[in-house]
Design a protein around this ligand. Sequence first.
Ligand SMILES: [Zn+2]
Length: 119
Amino acid sequence: MDPQTARTRLEDERRDARARLSAARATLERLRTERAEAGTADDEHDPDGSTLSAEWTMAAAQCRIVEEAIAEIGAGLARVDAGSYGICASCGRPIPRARLEARPAALTCANCANCAGSQ
Ligand SMILES: [Zn+2]
């Protein structure tokens, strides 16, 4: 994948990710307000309270996931700048194009990712 295409794809991904992050943060903000309005609602025993907690947990998890994705995309863009984009950070071989298409921010080839037990 040429650097210009890679940069465009990563920037597209980052724009999407930022939109998802804003949405998740807006949800957290809304829940915070609802919780404040509910006053001293007991999360353990109030059914509405537990629903609120489950939604909160989901939105908070979503925030974390998207923040990680944005960091990963940033690292990918830095690699485009450095001229090392598309090279596996682990074994140094080119990352297959299909993998980059599916996951533009991938830092390693699928083999190394599987060995590391991540990505
Ligand atoms: Zn590799």
